[in-house]
Design a protein around this ligand. Sequence first.
Ligand SMILES: Nc1nc2c(ncn2[C@@H]2O[C@H](COP(=O)(O)OP(=O)(O)OP(=O)(O)O)[C@@H](O)[C@H]2O)c(=O)[nH]1
Length: 573
Amino acid sequence: MSIKTRILGLAASLIVVASLASWLAYRELSENIIERWGQQVAEIQVRYDSARLLQSLEREIGLAKQMASSSTLINWAASPDDETLKSEAIRQMESFRSNFRDNNYFVALVGNGHYYYNNAENEYAGSQFRYVLDEEKPDDAWFFQLIEEGRDFHLNVNPDTELGVTKLWIDVLMRDEAGEIVGMVGTGLSLDAFLQDIVDIDQEGITTLFVDYNGAIQLYRDRNYIDFASIIKPEGQKNTVDLLFEDPQDKQQILGMLQLLKKRGDQAGQVESGFVTVDGRKHLAGVAFLPAIGWFEITLLDLHTLLPQSYLWPLVAVFLVTLLVSLLLFHFIIQSRILKPIMSLERAVEKVREGSFDLPRLEKPNNEVGWLADHFEKMAQKLGQSTRELETKVAQRTDELNRLARIDPLTGLKNRRGLDEILEEEIQRARRQDSGFGVIWLDIDHFKTINDNLGHQAGDQILCRVALWLKAGVRPYDHPGRWGGDEFVVLLSPCDPDTLEQIARRIRELVEQESRKTGAAVTVSVGGFFARPGDTSDTILRHADRALYRAKAGGRNQVCIDTRDDETALSEN
Ligand SMILES: Nc1nc2c(ncn2[C@@H]2O[C@H](COP(=O)(O)OP(=O)(O)OP(=O)(O)O)[C@@H](O)[C@H]2O)c(=O)[nH]1
């Protein structure tokens, strides 16, 4: 896998892991925010709903209490059969009727159990006495229960079968001066209108309900849950608030909140809240106690409806786009600032490894990778320069060595190897140009004796001098050389047989004459041969050697030219 793929893979994994972590943190945080927000909303909502309920009820309760403390009614309750008191009382009741919101009232007397009622339609004008309450009748149990409990004020949701109405009844006990209960008065509010106004408000995601002091549901949008005539039901048979929750923990929690608020008592405005599940959806429950009516108000907020997750989708989209842009940006930066420079550096290293210093253009961003590439480029340039210098020096040395390998160190003339090479070149040239060239082979006469007599060093000097005279005796473009020992060879090119002979003679004479000037005469025997195209080096040298042999055999210090027919030889003393 390439470094690019690996870095991108690693970056992508890191970004995904970091994103996942931030997403989880975000979710946790946003849930916290939603919960805190929900709790505050729940508290506000509870207070708002409570205020609305109390606003509707307070006036009615006040009126009912006023009615219960009416001396006209109390006096009449003491003597219910007194017609004067009764008609005064009925007038008073009718006056209250016109003031009650739903324009109805009831008055029940303890003394004779008579129940009086009139409604908004004034249906019972003149016949306000409706019936006699019967302790044995379940429908009348509420009255006897409240009297027994002695609760001065009570709210009760109750269907009245006699009257054929279901109402939220405000019941207030009527006491005489001695504090004895003489009756009960109140008014009924239409349950439907009440539910519509207070409970069934059209706010999606918000459910409001009211429960009584014992947790029995009194006002709820679903009438099936309402605990009608709660007062007369024994504990355990009531529709209590916990019915709304499936999870035992939720039931426990809600009942716990009611208990807590009960303990705090009259501190109105206190709100408890907690999460519960209703119909499989998470809700935030806010609970407040309403001391004025002895009920609890419960508000259930469906957070997912009030603040649906879809609200967060734009945020998610922004998050994903940011993620993608970051990845692209990261890819672009890594690509241009690191990967491309590294790859160009790698190509350059590969070239240098192959021995080439002609580098491709290096990417040099202003960072560590760029600086590294710059250092490498300078290093490669330096290395290239040193290598070129070294190569030049090696070439020069090699040339020098080659030259030295073809030079005789004593005389400075070409040695045998040098002569061999030139001989080969001349043979090739003769073939190419169809021309001949001359070869002279000479040997110092009696050199052994010279050595023996004068010493080896003196012998060396003589060899050097002969070399000098030899050079002086030939043309600038001829090739004199020392074949070995006291033998010298000269290659003459261009040449013809006459020139060969002339030069051979000149050399012999020059050596003899010049040596005389230095003291003891030195002579040379010279053999010559004119080579023609097609002659091999072997043939040529053999002929020249034979000519020299003949010169020696002829008495030395003479020139002998070997001819092709092998028999003709010129000699001179
Ligand atoms: N001083 C010196 N002597 C050398 C050198 N190379 C060879 N010699 C000697 O040269 C002599 C060559 O003798 P030859 O050519 O065989 O015989 P010669 O005495 O010259 O007799 P001819 O050639 O028959 O006239 C030998 O004694 C070698 O030792 C050298 O470099 N320096």
